[in-house]
Design a protein around this ligand. Structure first.
Ligand SMILES: *Cc1c(COP(=O)(O)O)cnc(C)c1O
Length: 411
């Protein structure tokens, strides 16, 4: 019956793993490091993975697991792992799949810390990030070899707003026996069904839309179980009789507990609440974003507006196919110079000068001088991060309130 319901209907009525003794309607925060056992035998069963009893909150916790279960049921995934930030979702995924000598096919159009993790941190472990143009399938194929362990991308890059064709990349990945991994932070799973486009493993910074008003950091790894890992050099010993759980097994039984990256129960409680209003907030924020993008195109002081929901955007058609009417609640626009950007930012009264995305409040930032501020100019240029670009994350204010603030700051 739950399967026939809307996203919100399903989400709100997914039962707890065990009945709550007080019948609490909000999943309680199990703020406890350990759980005890009645017998030594039961303890052995739990520690050896033969029962699902919780024993230590770095490994599983009832509150965090309820949050994971809700998302697993909603996305129909094989497994969902909640981590303490988006970056730990990304780092744990590659530590699970890669090995010294492996390489990852990706684009230079990445979130700043993701780029640095792939290029610098993984390089120190002998893992190479091969940056290429993921919209050029020939280039993708030509950069792959027998040590390629994944194709990785962000579904709408920021601040470039590039969209690659997921289905085509998935075909290339499947032929090589490697997973297509997508960071889908900018378009939530309530509207974008990554698995239908061939994504094997979905990564999300739940700090953004899901946390519900920027309450807490968090990350998610959603394994659809579609990557079987037959040819993986490191997942062989983790594959069970079904054969598609190698990634999740190594992640949950080795990497994630060894890096100590599990979400905290308090953050899981907040993100569980955020999840309940995700779709409501997203539709409101994304429709304001589209309206705003159309209005900003008419402003004389704005050189260009970049949002893939605009008909004249080069990625419009692909974006409609993959993400539908509302491709996120973030847009970028260019002014004539870095100085014009700074002057504009300093005059804003309502929109907050802050990093982060998808808070309830609208947030604005000049990416080149902040997120990418410590990158050498030539690296910034290779990532197509321009000095004239401003990024706006649209909140829950009305379109008119936002337009009025932008106009008074532009002129
Ligand atoms: C914010 C963000 C991250 C990192 O997430 P944290 O929760 O800050 O660690 C990764 N990818 C994208 C696209 C992001 O916007």
């Amino acid at each position: 019956m739950i399967k026939d319901m809307s996203f919100e209907g399903q989400l709100l009525h997914i039962p707890y793993e065990k009945p709550d003794v007080h019948k609490a309607l909000a999943m309680p925060v199990y703020q406890s490091v350990a759980c005890e056992f009645d017998t030594a035998e039961a303890m052995e069963e739990a520690f050896c993975g033969r029962s699902k009893d919780h024993f230590y909150s770095r490994i599983t916790n009832p509150t965090v697991q309820y949050y994971e279960d809700r998302i697993r049921r909603l996305t129909d995934a094989l497994s969902v792992t909640a981590l303490n930030s988006g970056m730990s979702a990304i780092s744990n995924t590659f530590l699970t799949l890669a090995y010294a000598g492996a390489n990852i096919i990706t684009s230079p159009h990445l979130f700043g810390n993701t780029y640095s993790f792939l290029k610098n941190t993984l390089a120190g472990l002998g893992i190479e990030a091969r940056f290429c143009d993921l919209t050029n399938l020939e280039e993708v194929r030509s950069r792959m070899d027998e040590n390629t362990c994944a194709i990785f991308l962000e579904v709408i890059t920021n601040p470039q707003m590039e969209v690659a064709d997921l289905k085509q990349l998935a075909v290339i990945g499947q032929a090589a026996g490697i997973p297509l991994i997508a960071d889908t932070t900018v378009v939530p799973f309530s509207v974008f069904h990554a698995r239908e486009f061939g994504v094997d493993i979905e990564l999300i910074s739940s700090t953004k839309y899901i946390s519900g008003g920027a309450t807490s950091l968090g990350g998610l790894i959603i394994d659809y179980g579609t990557f079987r890992g037959e040819r993986s050099k490191v997942l062989k010993m983790w594959r069970g009789p079904v054969g598609n759980e190698g990634f999740t097994s190594r992640l949950r039984r080795e990497i994630h507990r060894n890096t100590g990256a599990y979400l905290t129960p308090q953050a899981a409680y907040m993100q569980n609440l955020g999840l309940e209003t995700l779709q409501l907030r997203f539709i409101r924020q994304a429709s304001t974003c589209l309206e705003l993008a159309r209005s900003l195109q008419k402003e004389e002081a704005i050189v260009s507006v970049n949002y893939t929901g605009l008909e004249d955007n080069p990625f419009y058609a692909l974006s409609q196919t993959q993400f539908g009417e509302f491709p996120g609640a973030m847009l970028t626009f260019d002014l004539i110079s870095r100085e014009a950007c700074f002057s504009f930012l300093n005059k804003l009264k309502l929109i907050r000068r802050a990093t982060n995305l998808f808070d309830n409040k609208s947030l604005i930032i000049h990416p080149a001088s902040t997120i990418y501020g410590s990158f050498p100019e030539e690296v910034r240029r290779s990532m197509h991060v321009k000095q004239q670009t401003i990024r706006l994350s649209v909140g829950l204010e009305s379109t008119d309130d936002l337009l009025n603030d932008i106009r008074q700051a532009l002129y």
